[in-house]
Every structure is written in structure tokens, then in C-alpha cells.
Design a protein around this ligand. Structure first.
Ligand code: ZN
Length: 258
């Protein structure tokens, strides 16, 4: 895939499904957009595409001869998802080996994104052939990993992080999702799943913690109604700022000093 006018391609991954990876990708993209950045989302989680539902965006995609045009969200975030390739949203898609490769190389590769500051890729979770194909096909500038306090105990995410590292994808940082809840009475945060291990993982890989996002009823309600992009919070703003700094730092460190 040719980067074209896309400045930075950043993958968002996880060790397994169910940690809110897509949610974090959607929140981050929407916040960056609010701050005036041009940002698109490639939903490459072909085994369980959820970006269209979270952001209320639908296919089909059109190609007027110049390549596939993404479908924009109401807030102006262009989205491409494998979900748009099936007519019925309820039908699970079972993509098999050669078809996966074709989907990723041909379909994803022919999207006309236009000029973007960031393209976020919602990666397939884990370490199967599907993320491997994405890594080998798309020129990824860096990767962010989403994990939850529960998952950290089992360290499933480190397998996926090692895979990215082995493929020379710079690890930009980790995001702890569902990290805490706030007491509805006094708004004091408390750890729902016990103490966090995120600092240990971040230190082990020498990467920053880009954010800790709480469990809120607002996030689940707006996810269900396809309006996740309306969520604003100090935690989401802080995540966007930390993300941009991490991308910046990674870019600087990869430059050759003459
Ligand atoms: Zn309280």
C-alpha cells in the first residue's frame, strides 16, 4: 500500500478481543478531529469490524474510477471497513487465507484517503496471520496497544507487542482501557479490577502510558447509538495529546542525525 498523502499511519492493536480496542481507536480519532487534525480510520479488524457501528457510519463505498472513497462520519472522519463489503450487518464474515490477503492488499490498498495527518488502523487482535498480513502490507509508522487491567495480569498483550517489535514496528505506547470507574456520588476514581500493572508493562518495553480511560455509562450508551465520537473527557483529551507527542518523538528518533 502506498502512503500517498497520509503523513502518519498508526496501528491500534490488542492481545485479544473485548478490551475496547476499536472504542479507543474511535475515541482517539474523534478527539484528534475535534482538535483540527485530518484523521481517517481503516478498520482492518476483519474478524469483528465494529468501527461502523460505534461511529454510525455505513457503506457501501463508491469508486468513481480513482479508487475507493471512504465513508465519512458526521464529524468528518473518513472510514473504510471490511464491514462495508457485506450487505447484511448481521452476517459474520469468515475470511479465508488467500481472500484475507487479497482484501488487505487490493481493497485496503486502493483507498483514496486524500490528505491526512493520521491514519489509524484498527488492527485484528492477537498474533494470527491476519495482523501479520496487515503488518507486511501496510507501511505502519508506529503502534499503540490497548489493554485492560484484567488482561495485564495474564500478559496476553505482550505476545502481540513482541510480534510488532519483531517486525520492526515502533511501539509508541500503551493505553489502559476500562482502567477505573468514578463513584457516582463523590466522583472519586476507584480501580474496578484491582491495582494496575500497566506501568510494569510500559517500563518493560520502555514506552509511555498514553492514557487511562475509565468505564463510563456515557461511553457504552453512545457506542450503542453509533455516536461514540460525541464523547469528550479530560482522559480522552490527554490521550490525544500523549498520542501526538509519542508519534512526534518516534519520528524524531528515527531521523538520521547528520
Ligand atoms: Zn463516593
Amino acid at each position: 500500500m502506498d502512503k500517498g498523502l497520509v503523513a502518519r499511519i498508526v496501528a491500534v492493536g490488542s492481545g485479544k478481543g473485548g478490551v475496547g480496542k476499536s472504542s479507543v481507536a474511535a475515541l482517539l480519532a474523534s478527539e484528534l478531529r475535534r482538535q483540527g487534525r485530518a484523521v481517517g480510520i481503516l478498520d482492518a479488524d476483519i474478524t469483528g469490524p465494529s468501527i461502523p457501528k460505534l461511529l454510525g457510519v455505513r457503506g457501501p463505498l463508491v469508486d468513481r474510477g480513482e479508487g475507493i472513497e471512504p465513508a465519512p462520519t458526521r464529524a468528518g472522519v473518513p472510514v473504510v471497513s471490511s464491514q462495508f463489503m457485506v450487505e447484511d450487518e448481521q452476517t459474520p464474515v469468515i475470511w479465508r487465507g488467500p481472500l484475507v490477503t487479497r482484501l488487505i492488499t487490493q481493497f485496503f490498498g486502493s483507498v483514496q484517503w486524500g490528505k491526512l495527518d493520521y491514519l489509524l488502523i484498527d488492527m485484528p487482535p492477537g498474533t494470527s496471520d491476519v495482523p501479520l498480513t496487515v503488518f507486511q502490507t501496510i507501511p505502519i509508522d508506529g503502534m499503540v496497544f490497548v489493554l485492560t487491567p484484567q488482561e495485564l495480569a495474564a500478559l496476553i498483550v505482550t505476545k502481540a507487542m513482541n510480534m510488532a517489535r519483531d517486525l520492526h514496528v515502533p511501539l509508541l505506547g500503551v493505553v489502559e482501557n476500562m482502567a477505573f470507574v468514578r463513584c457516582p456520588h463523590c466522583h472519586e476514581p476507584f480501580d474496578l479490577f484491582g491495582p494496575s500493572h500497566v506501568a510494569k508493562v510500559a517500563a518493560e518495553y520502555g514506552i509511555p502510558i498514553l492514557g487511562r480511560l475509565p468505564v463510563t455509562s456515557e461511553v457504552s450508551e453512545l457506542s450503542d447509538s453509533g455516536r461514540l465520537d460525541e464523547v469528550t473527557s479530560p482522559e480522552v483529551s490527554a490521550l490525544a495529546a500523549a498520542f501526538e507527542k509519542a508519534v512526534d518523538d518516534a519520528t524524531k528518533s528515527s531521523m538520521t542525525v547528520l
